[in-house]
Each structure stands twice: as structure tokens, then as C-alpha cells.
Design a protein around this ligand. Sequence first.
Ligand SMILES: C=C(O[C@H]1C=CC=C(C(=O)O)[C@@H]1O)C(=O)O
Length: 406
Amino acid sequence: MKLAATTTDHLTVHTAPVADPGDLVAHLPGPQALAWIRHGQGIIGWGEAARITLPGGTDRFTTADRLLRDLFAGADVHDPLRLPGTGPVAFGTFGFTPDSPGTTLIVPRRVLGRRDGTAWITTIGDDPGPLDLLRPPAPPGPLTWTDGAHTAATWQDAVATAVTRIRAGHLGKVVLARDLHATATAPIDPRVLLRRLADRFPGCYTFACDGLVGATPELLVRRTGGTVESLVLAGTAPAGDPDRARALRTSAKDHHEHAYAIEMVRQALTPLCDDLHIPAAPEILTLPNVLHLASPVRGHLAAHHSVLDVVAALHPTPAVGGTPTPTALDLIADLENMDRGRYAAPVGWIDARGDGEWGIALRCAELDGDRARLFAGCGIVADSRPADELAEAHNKFRAMRYALEG
Ligand SMILES: C=C(O[C@H]1C=CC=C(C(=O)O)[C@@H]1O)C(=O)O
């Protein structure tokens, strides 16, 4: 475990109610932004009271959970509100595979939150000063775009290979992704991207954590006390085409793709829950760029499990991996030509009670100075057609292209 230089072993944490701050993004004082926002509600953070960096491993979720529990257990906490997200919180990202880089948990010095008519500020350690903007964000300016690990043509070849393997009976579904690179003329400020994403995709979870920025529609798990909720997505059509929307409702290919994800979530949550509700049929989630088949799942935990315990049971779902999971992960490693890093892995936050919200890091980019690496993936089943999947990936990229270009 690596702790930031600013860390003391003993955290002193003060949460206090504040007047409604309004727009959360506007309060981020610098580019080192931490955020989790949906419909204007959520938490933002800045400064670092502690940073935990893990090398990865299959136990990365449970190790992170244990290290945070120890850190929070030793904290001196003054929290009159005792709501999800009050008291100390860690924002986090994980690597997609046990070997992928990027497993990092950050306990910010300041957290500003607003939910259901309550707003609060949490301060760890010395008061780092007023909420004034230190550096106002500037848009990235003109961008240069280049292909990542695949060109459009070679990625379609990879999709065709996956379809052949599926038809040969090796597996039922695999999610194949590709990356794109954007280069700006100056460092990219995540706050500009957060602003655009939160405005255009208010129903998604707009997030930023250690340079990973995006707006994901997919809630892996929210834990609030004993209740867990998840929004399982798989099956996509372009937005703005009523015929395609109608077709999505009845498409055997998309329902097939969705069923794999639902079945795995059922298997993962059943041992943890004494009551689990999965709708009989998915609904349609409408976003500005795409429509998805979506199943809101709700359960009651049978025993104490932190939100990260549930994340550990769920990741990777067939919305980002495939079925069977090990075969799909091997095929992803063979065909994608890249390490996903933190793309398609859990991103979110956890508090000292074990409550929290974790999404699947989709519709996102990895920022590095003046560069951004964007990702988009598509579920491939026996009936998938490479050109359609390329078009679907293009539509999914549109969220982050808009965040970068306006
Ligand atoms: C893998 C991605 O989306 C997943 C989530 C929703 C729908 C999906 C699909 O229809 O393929 C994907 O499973 C992505 O956006 O990169």
C-alpha cells in the first residue's frame, strides 16, 4: 500500500451540513477532480488525505476494502448526518483484469455532497481553505485524432473472428472494445469534460477519478444499508431512429445479448441476497446517443457485505466480458490488441459504513496531460455483424467526443 505524502495514519474527519451548493461541477477548484454525479446529485472531492495504490490481483477489490476499512476504523469522525457519502469517503478505480494497471483509491481532503435536499461538506485534516476556484477550466481546443490498437477495418476483422468462434460453440458472447486517441495542444482539464457530460447525459453517472473521466449509464451496484441495486445493460440501438427503437424491443439478437448479462448477475447476487428482484423483461433506456436494453435489479443483502464485496462478486459481468467469463476474457486478450486499463472496470466511491455506488467505467477516457484515450465496446453474439458493431462503437464514442470537442 502506498499512502500519499499528505497522509497521517490518523484521519480527523468533520462533516457539516451546508446550504445547497447548486451545481457541483462548478465547485471543483482544480483539475485533480474527483466526481460522481447524476441528475445534479452526488459527491465531488479534491485534495488527497490518503491514496492507496494496489498492483492489481484477483483480490484487488477485497484488499482495497480491507485497507480502507482499517484506515476509516482508525479515523476520528465527526459526522452528525450519517448518510451514504457523509464522513470519510474514498473514490476509486480498478484495473479491468487482475494484471491491468490503475487500481487506486483516493480519500479526498474535501468532499462536497448533495442529495435529496441535504448538502454537506466533509473536511479531513486541516481546513484547506475556502471553496474559491483556484484555476478556472479552459476547453481543450483543437484535437488530433488517431486510431488506437485497431483501425476500423482490423477491429471488424476481430469481430468477425469472434463471431466464428461463437458459431463454433467456443462461447456464447464476448464484448470486444477498441480505443481512439485524441491529442490537444494543452493539458486537458477534466472539469470541462465533466461539465459537458453532466449537462448532456444527466441520467448517467458522470465520474472523474485520477484522470479517468466519463459518463456511464451502467450502475454495477449501489449499496444503501442492506439494499443493493444494479442497472444491467446489454443490447444497443442508435438514438433518434424510431424504427430501430422498435426493433430493439423485439430483437432476438439483443435480448440474447442481454440475457447473458442478467443470468450472470443473478448467479453472482443470489448467494449474497435473501431477496432478489430481477424484472422478467428489460426496459428501454434512452440516452442522447444510444438506446439500451436495461434491467433494474434490486436485492436485500442476507449478511453484512460492503459495496466492494458486491463489486468483487459482479466484475466482470457479461456487459463487458462475456459468457463463459474465462473463455471470453481469453478471447478479449487475443483479439483486442490492447490492455483495457481501467476501461470497463468498476469506478465509484465507498464510505466508512460500506455504502457506496460503483458504475462500470464505460463512455470514458483516460486523460494524460494533453492526451485522451477513449474506449468503446460492443457485445458480440452469433448473429452480430461487424459493420453494425463498428457503427455501434462509433455511437458510443460520441459521448466522449462531445465531452472533448463540445
Ligand atoms: C461495453 C460497452 O457497453 C456495454 C454496455 C451496454 C451495452 C452494450 C452492448 O450493447 O454491447 C455493452 O455491453 C461500452 O459502452 O463500451
